[in-house]
Design a protein around this ligand. Sequence first.
Ligand SMILES: NC(=O)c1ccc[n+]([C@@H]2O[C@H](COP(=O)([O-])OP(=O)(O)OC[C@H]3O[C@@H](n4cnc5c(N)ncnc54)[C@H](OP(=O)(O)O)[C@@H]3O)[C@@H](O)[C@H]2O)c1
Length: 223
Amino acid sequence: MKIAVLGTGTVGRTLAAALSEHGHEVTVGTRDPGATLGRGAADPNGYPAWQTAHPRIGLAAFADAAAGAELVVHASSGLAALDVLGAAGAANLAGKVLLDVANPLDFSGGFPPRLVPVDTDSLGEQVQRAFPDAYVVKSLCTVNAAVMVDPAKVGGGEHTIFVSGDDPAAKETVAGLLREFGWRDVLDLGGIETARGQEMMLSNWLRIASAIGTYDFNVKVVR
Ligand SMILES: NC(=O)c1ccc[n+]([C@@H]2O[C@H](COP(=O)([O-])OP(=O)(O)OC[C@H]3O[C@@H](n4cnc5c(N)ncnc54)[C@H](OP(=O)(O)O)[C@@H]3O)[C@@H](O)[C@H]2O)c1
């Protein structure tokens, strides 16, 4: 599948690399490809070094990446989500599955961050309202990037990942990608409003990470 991953951070890169390894044709989206490729050229953890190590993965402006894709992954800073997707363009998202992995974290008051929105709304719902012709599916926001693409990294992969969205076929498409990563327990929470529950897990996720001293963990829903 042709997939655009909007976001050049750890999550975008991790998902892009894994999707490419699983045979997908991946383009990463950014605000300004020239600026991104020029940023930190000598930094071994910078985008240029990563791009050199992943020559099959393209880099394009958000709109160009989305235009050429059959499925779009949103992996940008949560508070910039609507700007990023607006730059991608409603027409380039229409009729496509839009996998949103972002958490709407507000660090303006320090650490730990606040969720904005929370309780009565979610980023997943905001994205679906702003782009009604896209099929928004919320998933993967409840685990660390490394665990997203390699659930077997912890607990032998015996733990749970969630999907929320209004379109059953879109959720099945995303579940297919999750199964490629190795996820076996994919729990469909329901419509996009259930993204509130996924995003609100972040508060406890941060406390668990502090308590156990690692980001590589997950929870399992035991029936
Ligand atoms: N870290 C994890 O393991 C983890 C786990 C679950 C969920 N998440 C969520 O995944 C998302 C991505 O996280 P990340 O740490 O990889 O990346 P990030 O630093 O949160 O976001 C990087 C991306 O956001 C874009 N961006 C930032 N500010 C912008 C603005 N004002 N306008 C337009 N674009 C802007 C950047 O564009 P440029 O490319 O142009 O610089 C870049 O592509 C976040 O929502 C995070 O909460 C992270």
